[in-house]
Design a protein around this ligand. Structure first.
Ligand SMILES: Nc1ncnc2c1ncn2[C@@H]1O[C@H](COP(=O)(O)OP(=O)(O)OP(=O)(O)O)[C@@H](O)[C@H]1O
Length: 714
């Protein structure tokens, strides 16, 4: 039973256990078929992973097992001792004759208790150690999963695995596993003891085995797929709750409350329905077991009656046999119940192994630039400011969509599609394609080579970001970007504007390297700097403050920064005053459980981290969206100061950001539709002028756009 039970799960819809063609992991689609969830290991791989985890602790495993066998065997002396007492009483022996067996009973109980406690603690230690290793591996891999994969699965799936699945497996390791081992031992040894009393008792007791084996097989056959579906439904339900709650303002803005309620209700009910099916299954399972127990007990009693009548055994021996059989009820039931827990735990384990087995990224430190300084001890468990790398796809033959950079003199403007003219300049810094994730793995280095081939250094006006023929689809067949060409030149500050859903965030993420374009290429060519660091950093409004002293949070971006550097960075984004006013200044504990920071302050810290990380290219996406209008203006100023001297792409949700940019790029329907100076574009009376007008009207309160209107983001 336990073998089959332990193998529960479900690689939902991916094949049969042991089938050699079954992939080791599968990426199930949620019950609604809407999301490709993170992969789940198949049963064979789950077993193998469990064995791998236990292998280094074989000594502990054998020791624990031996102690448990000894303790259980000692416990089996109780029934014959009780039988002996029955014989003494039936033989009308004096009361003193009971003293010795009674004393032995006490001794057996003490030995059994102490042995069981020791054995359980050894087995628990074994389980906890293995679990700790699995958890470490899971977290290590989870932190390195490609963001696109996590986004596709939904963070709820990952959250469900980190919380629900980890605690289910931990609970099993702490309680179910040791108890299951104890019960299985008790069952096997008790059958042995019955044989020692008289082989005919064993025969009578074994009558139940076919019934129970059939019941167990029936249960496993039904429970395995059911538990797997339950896990998937659970992940989908959590994801829906997260989607609806975290996007509550959007849901309300677009009047989608009813639709979301409906989706939550649907997913909850599918989870409830599966749970109820599980309950009914368990009830039917127990009723079959009880029938088996009473058939078995009746058989042992009849055998005892016949054997005593034939003079083959004493009443005491028959009593001991009946007690043995009765004592099997508890371990058999508990083994089956625990097998139930083991089923659920195995399904959870398969989901953890599925993630833990994800191939480690080629780059051992994917979030860092290849030449980035060695991580100091304190930074090892934390992630730096999200920073990304360029990647390279074979660039199709295209003429880049490009307008001359505004600061260039007309005579210096390149012809459309041609690189900017280069002037010899001995003092210019050399080029390097360095950046974060995967740069060393190859693709990104091409950009560097090309840049160096082209002259080895950059001037103001040289392309730093080159987007060529880029298209992107989050889901196959549903392109959200089409044929985007864009060149951002050194030192240029480009504002990206457009209606909601135009594709601004997608383009920003592609440039920051969060996603790979499904078509075309994004190249970065950045100058080599004295201090290695990320080539490009992205700030979104989902900035995070890690729990701990504020100084440590800032040092994620530059671990070797002195307190003076931190203060300088804070001053640059106008945060130093409030930081120094905190109870312990830079050492105030912030984040969960610490001093709570407003959204605006959190954004300021993100900007200070950007200053410290000092990337040549900065991508700001909605960095000021969280703040109220006064705060937004202050943040706008802080952002301007943080990106001073960098090549920057700013997703401008307030068009004042566009008005002061070097160039405005307007997107609509996943395409770049206009590009130029604010004044030029206003004068041209095109899409930008229309956006500006509706934005200005909305700001002055003359126009109140309905929430579902395809309005510019403001
Ligand atoms: N992770 C995703 N999975 C599937 N579709 C997505 C995803 N992210 C964005 N989209 C879709 O891509 C399109 C472009 O979205 P994007 O967020 O890039 O636009 P945007 O201009 O930044 O809009 P907003 O300002 O509202 O964020 C939209 O239709 C959006 O629904």
């Amino acid at each position: 039973m336990s073998g089959g039970a332990g193998m529960g799960d479900g690689a939902a819809g991916t094949g049969v256990a042991g089938d050699r063609l079954t992939p080791a992991t599968s990426a199930p689609v949620s019950a609604e078929g809407e999301r490709a969830l993170l992969p789940t290991a198949n049963p064979a791989r789950t077993w193998a992973a469990a064995r791998e985890l236990l292998r280094p602790h074989r000594g502990l495993a054998f020791g624990g097992f031996a102690v448990m066998v000894a303790a259980t065997a000692a416990g089996l002396l109780i029934q014959p001792l009780l039988g002996h007492i029955v014989d003494l009483v039936a033989g009308r022996r004096p009361a003193q004759a009971l003293t010795a067996p009674a004393a032995l009973l006490v001794l057996v109980a003490v030995v059994q208790g102490a042995g069981t406690a020791l054995g359980l603690s050894l087995i628990s230690r074994l389980g906890e150690t293995a679990l700790a290793r699995l958890r470490e591996r899971f977290v290590e891999r989870a932190l390195r999963l490609p963001l696109a994969q996590v986004e596709q699965a939904g963070s709820g799936d990952l959250t469900a695995r980190v919380t629900g699945d980890v605690s289910r497996v931990a609970e099993a390791v702490r309680t179910a596993l040791p108890e299951l081992a104890r019960s299985l031992l008790a069952i096997v040894l008790t059958f042995g003891a019955l044989a020692v009393l008289d082989w005919r008792f064993l025969l009578a007791a074994l009558l139940v085995v076919p019934i129970q084996a059939h019941t167990a097989r029936w249960y496993v056959r039904n429970a395995v797929p059911l538990y797997a579906r339950q896990r998937v439904a659970d992940g989908a339900q959590r994801q829906q709750l997260l989607d609806s709650i975290s996007g509550a303002s959007t849901v309300r803005a677009f009047r989608l409350e009813a639709e979301h309620e409906e989706r939550v209700t649907q997913r909850s009910w599918s989870a409830v329905e599966l749970t109820m099916r599980g309950v009914r299954l368990v009830l039917r399972f127990y009723s079959r077991l009880h029938v088996a127990e009473y058939i078995g007990l009746a058989a042992v009693l009849v055998a005892g009656f016949l054997l005593v009548r034939g003079g083959a055994v004493s009443i005491g021996t028959a009593t001991a046999a009946a007690l043995y059989f009765h004592s099997l009820f508890a371990p058999i039931n508990s083994a089956l119940v625990l097998a139930d827990d083991a089923q659920a735990a195995a399904a959870s384990l398969a989901r953890l192994v599925g993630v833990a087995d994800q191939a480690a990224p080629e780059d051992p430190a994917p979030e860092r630039a290849p030449s980035e300084r060695p991580a100091p001890e304190r930074a090892s468990s934390k992630r730096p400011v999200p920073e990304r790398v360029p990647y390279e796809r074979p660039a199709p033959e295209r003429v880049p969509y490009e307008r001359p950079a505004p600061e260039q003199a007309p005579s210096e403007r390149p012809a459309p599609g041609l690189p900017a003219p280069r002037r010899p300049s001995p003092g210019r810094p050399a080029l390097d394609g360095q950046s974060s994730e995967g740069a060393s793995a190859g693709p990104s280095s091409e950009g560097a080579e090309r840049a160096e081939d082209a002259g080895g250094s950059l001037l103001a006006g040289d392309p730093v970001v080159t987007v060529s023929g880029v298209g992107h689809a989050y889901e196959a067949g549903r392109s959200v970007l089409h044929d985007v060409d864009l060149v951002i030149r050194r030192g240029e500050r480009v504002a990206l504007v457009g209606a909601s859903g135009a594709g601004k965030t997608t383009l920003a993420k592609l440039i920051a390297g969060v996603h790979r374009p499904t078509q075309g290429s994004v190249r970065l060519a950045v100058p080599e700097r004295d201090r290695p660091g990320p080539a490009v950093a992205l700030i979104t409004q989902e900035t995070h403050v890690f729990a701990g002293p504020l100084a440590e949070d800032l040092r994620l971006a530059r671990p070797e920064a002195t307190d003076g550097d931190l203060r300088e960075a804070l001053a640059r984004v106008e945060a130093l005053t409030w930081v120094e006013a905190l109870p312990e200044g830079l050492w105030t504990v912030v984040g969960d459980g610490g001093h709570r920071l407003t959204a605006m302050r959190t954004q300021q810290l993100a900007l200070a981290r950007l200053v410290l990380a000092d990337p040549p290219v900065a991508v700001l996406d909605e960095a000021t969206a969280e703040a109220g209008s006064t705060g937004a203006r202050a943040l706008e100023q802080a952002a301007l100061r943080a990106i001073e001297g960098r090549t920057a792409l700013v997703v401008a949700h307030r068009l004042t950001q566009a008005a002061t940019a070097d160039r405005v790029v307007v997107m609509d329907g996943g395409r770049v539709v206009e590009s130029g100076l604010h004044d030029e574009l206003l004068a041209a009376g095109g899409p930008y002028a229309a956006l500006w007008e509706s934005w200005s009207d909305a700001r002055s309160g003359e126009l109140h756009l309905p929430p579902t209107h395809n309005a510019p983001i403001i």
